[in-house]
Write a protein that binds this ligand. Structure first.
Ligand code: ADP
Ligand code: 5GP
Length: 193
């Protein structure tokens, strides 16, 4: 069933890197079968076992820039120097055409842009950790980034925190179980409304 335009809902999760977006989204996708993850396009290289069309749609930089020229993106950002990330218009249609609600894992500026675009159709959640030091510690524990990359992500987080007020809700991811419960309640209320 294709929903009328005004019922096409989206959920936006944004946060500084390491705040817990992937962890919260993984949980929500298990709890709510009507949610579907928006697979972004990126020009960065696949990591580990990542596959085209699963975690991301991977493109060469020139291909990504061609898609920008063709106005194929609803939003895109150069999140890290030399690496583009964006949401393809075709991805929205792919998910909505099944009657599902879209959930986005997106950087803070992209999240602000999507909230402006979708207005009341969107539930925009900003995730944060109790302190910058805790954020640094989680990135260290995750062990996916070099010490230099971690410091770049932490430095970026300071600026990203200034966008919190553009979101509908702030979810403080301190105790994980509490944060997951709070996220579930927010999503339930939004889906049922
Ligand atoms: P993001 O997707 O925002 O970059 P992740 O979901 O990858 O963040 O979380 C970063 C790291 O912090 C991961 O190793 C994750 O297991 C861990 N983590 C997430 N939530 C918590 C929490 N509440 N307490 C402690 N560690 C957490
Ligand atoms: P990673 O390279 O670690 O997978 O992701 C880096 C960052 O890019 C994360 O903050 C993630 O939320 C963000 N991101 C992923 N997809 C998109 C997108 O489509 N648009 C924007 N603006 N950011 C994205």
């Amino acid at each position: 069933m294709v929903r009328p335009e005004n019922q096409r809902k989206v959920i936006i999760l944004s946060a500084p890197s390491g705040a817990g977006k992937s962890t919260v989204i993984r949980h929500l996708l298990q709890e709510f079968p009507q949610l579907e993850f928006s697979i972004s396009a990126t020009s960065r290289q696949p990591r580990g076992t990542e596959q085209h069309g699963v975690e991301y749609y991977f493109f060469k930089t020139e291909e990504f820039e061609q898609l920008i020229q063709e106005d194929a993106f609803v939003e895109y950002e150069e999140v890290y120097a030399g690496s583009y990330y964006g949401t393809l218009r075709s991805e929205l249609e792919r998910i909505w055409s099944k009657g599902n609600t879209i959930i986005f894992d997106i950087d803070v500026k992209g999240g602000v842009n999507l909230k402006k675009l979708f207005g009341d159709q969107a539930l925009a959640i900003f995730i944060k950790v109790p302190s910058i030091e805790e954020l640094r510690q989680r990135l260290i524990n995750r062990a996916t980034d070099t010490p230099e990359a971690i410091e770049r992500r932490v430095a970026k987080a300071e600026e990203e925190l200034t966008y919190e007020s553009s979101f509908d809700y702030t979810l403080v991811n301190d105790d994980l179980e509490t944060a997951l419960q709070q996220a579930e309640t927010l999503i339930k209320d939004f889906i049922l409304q």
